[in-house]
Design a protein around this ligand. Sequence first.
Ligand SMILES: [Zn+2]
Length: 124
Amino acid sequence: MTSEKLEHFKRLLIDQLRQHTQHIRDDQAAALDLTDDGVKDSVDMSLMDVNKEMALRLGERESQAVADIDQALLRIREGSYGICARCGQVIDERRLEAVPTARYDAKCQALIEAENGDDTNPSL
Ligand SMILES: [Zn+2]
């Protein structure tokens, strides 16, 4: 991959990182706001807990996304960005445009998802 291309993907990743860290700050602020509310009756209380739980869970998902972006930026520094971590083939640039954090080419991703099928089921 050319250094111009690497710069391009680095910019995409940093943009995404900025968006995600903004989300995390908003979520944490929302969670804090909820805990700062005064005494409520039991119905409001349980609603409050649900909202807080959702905000925290969203935060976890955002944290995972940030970790993925961090890993991708590390691979750019190490020179392994855009190379499939499983088979060593070059990852299609169109795939990287769509998913800049991709660690695998489409073929290996499909195989991995088939192996870990249960993990992709929504938990809610
Ligand atoms: Zn592969």
